[in-house]
Design a protein around this ligand. Structure first.
Ligand code: BGC
Length: 370
């Protein structure tokens, strides 16, 4: 009797699948999740454009093995191009990895690969960087990027005010790579704070370069931001105009901007950053770089791994997932179910306390605080 009922139910379920086909992501996300303990999880990381990506490999290996999964972590580092990552994802599909976690080298160039992964019944998780213009992403796990941008911009304003109580202040704006979906979100978050002040005349951008396309940095490459900063200094600031602050989207670019200013023989303005890179903490403690953002890579990897663990337990709605955050998780086609982590703004004043859970960073902060 029970068996008959089960067969009947299966038939109904199959008919449902046949009728709905693959019309939307929601139809497939939980039903095809067959991941279980012991399975291999693919992690496709981008080129090592900043220290967080270097740290990510060990973070994933540790978190996955502690949770009972096997890790298959690859970088797009052979030629630092999207082709590396496309090939890696392809081979993860062929190898039979059950979940593929992707930090996109280029968010708009992976549609074919994620479509193939979905077709093979693999759960696709975008990690740190979203994948654009596709319905074939099941989840997105990342620090709140819009918030990162807002924190950076607010730090820029606070830092300039602390140095000189009245404006107007002259600033320049740098954004990340236009191939990285995060770069736009950081920029939008930052501009939500800066634009009203620019309108009021409290902030001025003497170069006139304010749009995302004018301020973006190809490949997140510090050589490009250093060159752009140097060019702006020569063109706009050699007449004695004072530069009060620079919005830098991360630490790697922030240091290149500081180098450009120092090479021009000018005094270093308020410069923001992101990632809490070990090379930037001493600069922050010395007051050369004003701020950074702390996004603990272990915590971010753990965010993905606990989601995978939830899926392996058959949970169709893993914990901590928001289904409606278009600002952070809209990918041009769908709003990807999104698990958000909270970024922390760090300046000299709170560094020791902010890094209390990270022995390497805490030691650097303490050494600089002396
Ligand atoms: C990450 C940042 C990083 C940047 C450059 C972004 O997608 O979120 O943490 O600084 O890429 O690698």
């Amino acid at each position: 009797m029970r068996k008959k009922l089960l067969i009947g139910l299966t038939a109904v379920a199959l008919a449902g699948v046949a009728l709905t086909g693959c019309s939307s992501r929601a139809d497939t996300s939980s039903s095809d999740t067959t991941v279980k303990k012991g399975d291999t999880i693919g992690v496709a990381l981008p080129a090592k454009t900043s220290q967080n990506w270097v740290l990510a490999k060990a973070s994933f290996q540790d978190a996955l093995s502690k949770a009972g999964f096997k890790a298959d972590v690859q970088y797009a580092a052979a030629t630092n191009t999207v082709a590396d990552q496309q090939n890696e994802i392809q081979s993860m599909i062929t190898k039979g990895d059950k979940v593929i976690v992707i930090a996109a080298q280029d968010g708009s160039q992976l549609n074919t690969q994620v479509a193939q992964a979905k077709k093979a019944g693999i759960t696709v998780i975008a990690w740190d960087r979203n994948i654009l213009n596709t319905k074939n992403v099941d989840y997105y796990v990342a620090f709140n990027n819009y918030k990162v941008g807002q924190l950076q911009a607010q730090a820029l304003v606070d830092g300039m005010k602390a140095k000189k109580s009245t404006g107007p202040y002259n600033i320049e704006i740098f954004a990340g790579a236009n191939t990285d979906a995060n770069a736009t979100v950081f920029y939008n978050g930052a501009m939500s704070v800066l634009n009203p002040l620019i309108k009021k005349g409290e902030l001025k951008v003497p170069s006139g370069q304010t749009s995302f396309q004018q301020t973006q940095t190809d490949n997140w490459d510090p050589k490009n931001s250093q060159t752009r900063m140097s060019n702006i200094l020569t063109k706009t600031y050699s007449n004695g105009t004072k530069l009060d602050g620079v919005l830098s989207p991360n630490d790697t670019l922030g240091r290149s901007i500081i180098t450009a200013v120092q090479s021009a023989g000018l005094s270093v303005p308020i410069v923001t950053g992101q990632d809490s890179e070990t090379a930037s903490i001493p600069l922050i403690m010395a007051g050369t770089q004003y701020s950074t953002i702390y996004k603990n890579t272990d915590e971010e990897a753990q965010g993905a791994v606990s989601l995978i663990t939830d899926l392996s337990k058959g949970k169709s709605k893993p914990s901590g997932v928001d289904y409606n955050d278009k600002t952070n998780a809209g990918n041009g086609k769908i709003t990807v179910p999104y698990k958000a982590l909270t970024p922390i703004l760090v300046t000299k004043d709170n560094a020791v306390e902010a890094y209390a859970n990270n022995p390497t960073l805490e030691a650097l902060a303490k050494a600089g605080a002396k």
